[in-house]
Design a protein around this ligand. Structure first.
Ligand code: RB5
Length: 147
């Protein structure tokens, strides 16, 4: 599975931690940056990760900022992206089962490193349930046309 990962300066250290742990688990990682704690703008990285997904170059994405919120707001502007900001395991599981989320966003100032890894790993392993949830995801796609 190919996973695109990106972060702003607030998420840089957690992004590096997550990258290493995911690589140790056998995931193929595409890291779009940032590569230091110098101040940058999170929408740039949300765009890069989203782009890899919508162009079929990554299966899922992981975005890290201070809260996870800015990244999710930005990524959800991209057609085809369903980004879920998660701070607990229930949200991580349900964002896959019911929403077929393709990006998980986590906040380095909200949760600890190991907690974030657990949420991300769970997200990547959890299948979409389909069924009635497929119909609802289709309606989300229709909103992209209406918007
Ligand atoms: C950066 O200070 C911070 O605003 C950013 O990482 C993120 O939390 C935005 O949503």
């Amino acid at each position: 599975m190919r996973v695109a990962i990106g972060a702003d300066h607030a998420g840089y250290k957690l992004k590096e931690f997550l990258k290493k742990r995911l690589q140790d688990c056998g995931y193929s990682i595409v890291d779009v940056g940032t590569f230091s704690e110098d101040s940058v703008d999170y929408p740039d990285y949300a765009y890069e990760v989203s782009n890899l997904i919508v162009n079929g170059k990554a299966d899922f994405g992981v975005l890290v900022c201070g809260t996870g919120l800015g990244m999710s707001i930005a990524a959800n502007k991209i057609r085809g992206i369903r980004a879920a900001a998660c701070s607990n395991i229930f949200e991580s599981i349900m964002s896959r089962r019911h929403n077929d989320a393709n990006i998980i966003c986590v906040g380095s100032r909200v949760i600890g490193d190991e907690h974030a890894f657990l949420l991300v790993k769970t997200f990547l392993e959890e299948p979409f349930e389909g069924g009635r949830h497929q119909r609802r995801v289709e309606k989300i796609k229709q909103l992209e046309e209406k918007g």
